[in-house]
Write a protein that binds this ligand. Structure first.
Ligand SMILES: [Zn+2]
Ligand SMILES: [Zn+2]
Length: 268
């Protein structure tokens, strides 16, 4: 039997919208993803407007799970009321086993859509809340490695479960995180297949395979040979092949180990 995998970070609503696909996720899975190996999906809702849709997706589809938090791009949205709405989602649906973590949250100095001071403030508030509620943390960090690491060290206990998603940096940040946090995992997307992504390839090489997750961040980051297309979970095999090549192991070993890692990180 072929190994299965989980897309550990995807934005299903945005993917369907981008493709103007209106027949629902089940049919999308059959018509577009077309990948029986793709077992489950961790859907991420990270702005205020997409919270209800995210709840709906995870409740409606057996293989879809949800993460909820406010992306650094949307830091301006963050209010005590919105924080309360997020806490409510975890309270209300915690027992379904479908809601998996708080995020994606973090710092993004690449786009700088929000002032950095505000990004930091909102990041810290969400980290504190996630730690208080003992929820997994999903991190989005771009070109802000030093600031992020300092904030994480200050606010997150060492045994906390962390998914540093769509890693696009050189090895030091990811290495420091997995060395200091025994329950931290690093997600790689199609970016690892890009010709320009030498630092990301180095990061895959530098990390142990038992700390790596497969993810798409769909609809973004389609791997080679699909660059320029709308990304979806069915493209993960291209990313897995590249990781296998870098690590010098079989693709099946990459699926087997990352599947095990997803179980450790997300409990699914
Ligand atoms: Zn992200
Ligand atoms: Zn994302």
């Amino acid at each position: 039997m072929q190994s299965t995998f989980i897309d550990a970070h995807t934005h299903i609503d945005a993917t369907l919208q981008k493709l103007e696909y209106f027949d629902g996720f089940e049919k999308f899975r059959e018509d577009v993803i077309k990948c029986p190996q793709c077992e489950k999906f961790v859907h991420v809702a990270c702005d205020e407007a997409s919270l209800p849709g995210g709840v709906d997706l995870m409740l409606r589809y057996q293989d879809v799970y949800g993460c909820f938090g406010i992306h650094p791009h949307n830091s301006k949205e963050y209010t005590p009321e919105l924080e309360e709405r997020l806490v409510d989602i975890f309270r209300k649906y915690g027992e379904t086993g479908k809601v998996l973590g708080w995020g994606e949250i973090g710092l993004d100095y690449h786009y700088d859509f929000c002032p950095r001071d505000l990004q930091k403030e909102v990041f810290i508030r969400q980290l504190k809340k996630a730690v208080e509620l003992k929820l997994r943390i999903i991190l989005h960090i771009r070109e802000a490695d030093d600031d992020a690491l300092a904030i994480i060290r200050e606010h997150v206990p060492k045994d906390h479960i962390i998914h540093l998603h769509c890693y696009t940096s050189d090895p030091p940040f990811a290495k420091a995180l997995v060395e200091e946090y025994p329950n931290a995992f690093v997600g790689f997307t199609g970016v690892v297949t890009f010709k320009s992504a030498k630092g990301v390839v180095d990061s895959v090489a530098a990390l142990p395979l038992n700390r790596i997750l497969l993810e798409t961040d769909a609809p973004y980051m389609a791997p080679v040979p699909f660059r320029g297309k709308t990304c979806h979970s069915g493209m993960i095999p291209s990313t897995a092949q590249k990781i296998a090549l870098i690590k010098g192991v079989s693709v099946d070993e990459v699926y087997r180990q990352t599947r095990e890692n997803t179980r450790k990180c997300y409990g699914i």
